[in-house]
Design a protein around this ligand. Structure first.
Ligand code: ZN
Length: 295
């Protein structure tokens, strides 16, 4: 632990998180001064999560609740009015947003607004795929904790800075790995449209089979369009997710004769050795590099 035994005796700050990666971030920044409650749980799907009465109780007993923001949690307004004296932080609020369509992450769409189902014109909530974004987010979290625990300010900032340095190393490693992929192959064909921020940071194009959340189904016309886009791109691999049935990607891969990569973790819901942000990035970068550099 950084700073040694600076925390002695007092109750740890109670923190609840609505997303597994916000829980991870809270632990990284808060160290021994916080107790973190991961409400969506290990492997939980943040698109599908909605607080249950027991979660509301847990949050009411917390000093800080961490949400992702960028409209990931449509219930946030109700949640805030249901809690009193609890600070709800939308960690991603100040992080620059990508807009689907405008920032070229609209899957298989030739014009803006063509696929409302794909979320064209909507904020892409998946900001947690940017390594730089997570570095920023660590400082947001440190400030929020320091407001509730002023004596811990230096401790939290020190942790956030150390985390930032680890993010620099992680980004350097990721860029080095992904740099092995031939330029023409830097295309991510994925199940749901979760990788816009990752693609922006590491110079990839995105073709997603479904929309911004995993529940959005696509029409046969859209699937035909995606197939055409993937074929035209000449990319040699496509990437399922562990949590989706992957039928569309399976058939796409076999129709086009491209390989299926190791499933990517899209929503921070990796478990075991893949839990947490750093492990998610390492897992995804390794999968992408392996599949797109293989002959
Ligand atoms: Zn997602």
């Amino acid at each position: 632990m950084i700073g040694g035994a600076v925390f002695a005796g007092a109750e740890p700050l109670q923190v609840s998180a609505l997303h597994p990666l916000m829980a991870d971030l809270a632990r990284q920044v808060g160290g021994a001064r916080v107790e973190v409650h991961d409400l969506a749980g290990d492997g939980g799907n943040p698109h599908r999560f909605e607080p249950r009465p027991t979660d509301m109780k847990r949050m009411q007993a917390s000093a800080v609740v961490l949400a992702c923001g960028k409209n990931l949690e449509p219930y946030l307004g109700r949640l805030k009015s249901g809690l009193s004296g609890v600070t709800v932080i939308e960690v991603g609020r100040t992080i620059p947003s990508l807009t689907v369509g405008k920032d070229a992450v609209c899957p298989g769409c030739s014009s803006h607004g063509e696929h409302a189902e794909h979320g064209a014109g909507l904020l892409d909530p998946h900001w947690w795929h940017g390594v730089d974004n997570m570095r920023r987010a660590a400082r947001v979290v440190a400030k929020a904790f320091a407001e509730k625990d002023p004596a811990g300010e230096a401790y939290f900032m020190e942790h956030a800075n150390a985390y930032g340095r680890r993010m620099d190393d992680l980004k350097r490693w990721a860029a080095g790995e992904l740099g092995k992929i031939p330029r023409a192959q830097r295309i991510l064909v994925t199940a749901h449209n979760a990788f816009g921020y990752f693609a922006r940071e590491f110079g990839f194009e995105v073709i997603a089979v479904a929309g911004l959340n995993q529940e959005q189904n696509t029409t046969p016309q859209e699937q035909a369009k995606t197939l055409e886009a993937v074929k035209k791109s000449g990319v040699r691999a496509v990437f399922p997710e562990p949590s989706t049935s992957g039928k569309v990607l399976d058939s796409l891969a076999s129709t086009l004769g491209v390989r299926l990569g190791t499933p990517l973790i899209a929503d921070g819901n990796g478990t075991g050795k893949d839990a947490g942000f750093e492990a998610m990035i390492r897992h995804n970068v390794t999968s992408i590099t392996q599949a797109l550099t293989a002959p």
